[in-house]
Structures are given as C-alpha cells and as structure tokens.
Design a protein around this ligand. Structure first.
Ligand SMILES: [Zn+2]
Length: 211
C-alpha cells in the first residue's frame, strides 16, 4: 500500500478524488491464496485482482442512493492511461472515442476494435484489462525503495447490469487463454452508455523495471 500511495502522490492528482476507506490490497499477504478467486456480485462474477492495490475513489452519493450500486451493479475493470484515468475521474463519467480528454487530446479507438464504432470496453477480469494494449506501463521511480518500476493503472468499476453486450477478446490472444476463470469468448464487455459505469477504485500494479 505504501508504494501505491507514493506512486499516486507522484501523479499530483487532486486529493479530493480519493476515499481512503475504500483502499484495499490484493497481495498474497492481505488476500491469501486460499481465499476466493471469483466473487459474485449483482448476479455476475468477477475475478479478484490478485497482485494489485486499490486506492479508493470517491463515489457520488446520488448514485449510491438512486441505483444501490454496491448491491445491484456488477464489478468490472477498465485498463487505461494516466491522462484518460484522470479525465474520467474529473469529469465523473467515462469517455467514448472521439471525446476530448482534459489535455485536449482526442480519445481514439484501439487496434482490434471495429473502426468508427464508439464504445467503452470493460472486463470482469483484470487479466484482460491489464493488457498493455489498454493499460500501458508508466515508468515510476520510488525514492523510498530506490527502485525503478513499471506501473499500470486499471479502474475498478461498478457497471449497470443489462446495459452492455459481451464479446470475445480483441487483443489477438489467439488460442492463448487469458484468464483461468473467464473464457476468452466472454471476456470483453462493451457499451455506449457513459453513465452506466462508475469508477470506485484506482488499481495499481508495479513491476521492477529491468535495465
Ligand atoms: Zn498487501
């Protein structure tokens, strides 16, 4: 957790975006191996993001009251870049391709997706969302550890049931199984309803960078 906090401090994002009470670490010490890999919520399964650390995000109380999102909405993941993540958190909703991010750049459509079809993509497993196609590595030097890391960002989300479609992987995995729990054929969700997805956690993972 301390490395995750150091990383997030280095981003200089507004402190008010975060909610410490929702912080959660999924390392093997904090979330032991025998514990469940797959959790059911809102009548759908999602895979525990083992090896990641979650920094809790503030969620609009209106959404909690109006939609009972903690009980009725499912859990999904959305891998993204630093700029797109901050844009989503500041604007309080997800972006569709063609929208302008906070730095003025336009959100594009990833390779592998159908050109000119504008959707937001999520997954019930972080094994998919953490593909570097979605969540590129960011260099991060920890002065506490004197170590250079590659850090990845994935948003943990609540998503409205029955508001999206399910499709197979689009990252050219071929016959390689991406997640032991979710088949490749059902690994990607897509929707064009921006307000059907709410980010409630910023998940980060670090790997020591080889030089
Ligand atoms: Zn831990």
């Amino acid at each position: 957790m301390s490395l995750a906090k150091e990383f997030v401090n280095s981003l200089n994002w507004h402190k008010t975006l975060f909610d410490d009470s929702q912080d959660r670490c999924y390392c093997t010490k904090c979330y032991p191996i025998p514990w469940d890999d797959v959790i059911s919520t809102g009548n759908a399964n999602y895979v525990i993001p083992r090896g990641w650390t979650r920094l809790g995000l503030r969620v609009d109380p209106m959404l909690v009251d109006a939609y009972d999102i903690w009980n009725k909405w499912i859990v999904t993941f959305h891998g993204t870049t630093k700029t797109a993540a901050l844009s989503i958190l500041i604007h309080r909703h997800f972006y569709l391709p063609g929208d302008k991010l906070i730095d003025g750049t336009t959100l594009g459509i990833r390779d592998g997706h159908i050109p000119n079809k504008k959707f937001i993509f999520t997954s019930p497993t972080i094994a998919y969302s953490s593909s570097t196609i979605y969540a590129p590595n960011n260099d991060f030097y920890s002065s506490t550890n004197n170590t250079l890391y590659e850090a990845q960002l994935v948003l943990q989300c609540r998503q409205q049931p029955d508001s999206f479609k399910i499709q197979g992987e689009t990252i050219r995995a071929g016959s390689k199984r991406i997640c032991p729990f979710i088949p490749n054929e059902q690994i990607e969700y897509y929707t064009d309803i921006r307000s059907s997805i709410i980010a409630y956690g910023l998940l980060v993972r670090f790997r020591e960078k080889r030089r």
